[in-house]
Ligand binder design. Sequence first.
Ligand code: CA
Length: 269
Amino acid sequence: MNKYKLSVLSAIFILFSSCITAIGAINGTIEKNGTGDFNRIIDSQTKSPINQADVILPSKGYKTKTDNEGRFNLEAKINAPTIMSVQKEGYKPFSLTIDETAASKPLVIGIEKTNPHDIIIDKDMYHIGDDNYSENSANANDFRIKAIGPFYTKTFKIGNIPPNEDTYLVIGSVIGIDTKMARDMGQSKVKTAYASSPQIYFNGNMIAELNLNGDNQQIKIPRNLIKPNGNNQLTVKAGKNLFQNAYVDYDDIELMNLFIETKSKIATE
Ligand SMILES: [Ca+2]
């Protein structure tokens, strides 16, 4: 098995484990869903309310702020999976894909303070692809932002990574991936076709392929690819519809919140 397949498997494993145990997710947690009377944002450590946090639904053009009790209302119609983002200075950007059911119940979300080595690459939402997609694509209802083209790329600085820490790329949320796996998992309703996986490149080397939509996908960045104290480049390339031979049809996706985290090396490695 080659290196990137392993990375993909670990990303999928992390994705599944984060679905099973919401607590302990990397950059925030759903503390409760369906209890209490209000949606709230709290500090995941202290549990105190966070006021003046921005709560954003980029695809709906909706933005609100939490009050002194950390409370907020979602006054937007959610009829398909939609990315909700929470931003507050000093905290890791948090995003969550919510649907009608989740939005109809009070959400309590714990967000986490940033660590000194964390690097926020991008807090905006991007639509990668060609604006040509099926109504049945995973979350196509929510594509409101015009495509930037078949790839996203950004150059950013990385400092010195301590030798006892590993570096991870975290993708806050991604929707719209129409791979065979996404179809088999029920994420994509496209019956007649599927696409190759979006590919993640770090300094020109492919480090992972994304097979599934979801929140908080983590990809380990091999240390030998990192240029310490220098410019590093992240590129995300859209997959392609494997059933369209007449022309290139990129698999339209939206993603949000890209950042780099370092964590102490796992003892078992
Ligand atoms: Ca397309």
